[in-house]
Ligand binder design. Structure first.
Ligand SMILES: CC(C)(COP(=O)(O)OP(=O)(O)OC[C@H]1O[C@@H](n2cnc3c(N)ncnc32)[C@H](O)[C@@H]1OP(=O)(O)O)[C@@H](O)C(=O)NCCC(=O)NCCS
Length: 146
């Protein structure tokens, strides 16, 4: 049930609401992190990143954008990068509506594929992403500690 939930593009005024949700998820209040992230996505594409609001209060956010030419993949890819739904607003379809809005925008910008990365220990996020129709990609994530 998503009655009363409005999905709309993120703007700078949403940063405080996003920080509040992030704090509930991570236990850390990080305004400078979200100011930087929001500024990046709004500058790159003001319509791609979305928030969900109920009665003017931000209850969810999802940040992403279309990029191409990475990892030897020439096709434009819609990247889903940061998201969170307020714990009190979960399991009501807010996450689904946010990702549908991003995917619709990615399609409109010419992307035929969406991608994301999920840490192996984040089982809840993996379950949500799988429920949204994402499947393991024929790519290997590699890292080297510096
Ligand atoms: C993952 C998250 C976005 C889901 O939001 P939500 O609004 O509760 O999701 P929805 O209600 O839209 O659920 C959509 C689907 O995902 C599934 N799903 C969502 N969370 C799930 C979970 N924890 N376990 C299993 N399935 C889950 C639902 O069952 C639903 O499937 P269905 O539509 O087939 O019934 C939310 O739990 C969250 O913000 N988690 C923390 C994210 C985080 O740590 N972010 C920081 C890193 S960027």
């Amino acid at each position: 049930m998503t009655t009363g939930v409005r999905i709309r593009p993120m703007n700078e005024l949403d940063i405080e609401g996003i920080c509040r949700i992030d704090e509930k998820i991570t236990g850390r209040y990080r305004p400078e992190v979200w100011e930087q992230r929001a500024a990046y996505y709004i500058r790159r594409d003001p319509d791609s990143s979305q928030v969900a609001e109920v009665d003017g209060r931000v209850v969810g956010f999802m940040l992403g954008e279309v990029r191409g030419g990475e990892f030897g993949l020439e096709e434009p890819t819609g990247w889903v990068e940061f998201f969170g739904v307020d714990p009190s607003s979960r399991e009501k379809g807010v996450g689904r509506r946010l990702i549908e809005a991003l995917l619709g925008h990615f399609r409109a910008k010419g992307a035929h594929v969406a991608r994301t990365m999920v840490a192996a220990q984040d089982k809840d996020i993996a379950a949500f992403i799988a429920a949204m129709g994402f499947a393991p990609a024929p790519l290997t994530a590699l890292e080297k500690r510096l």
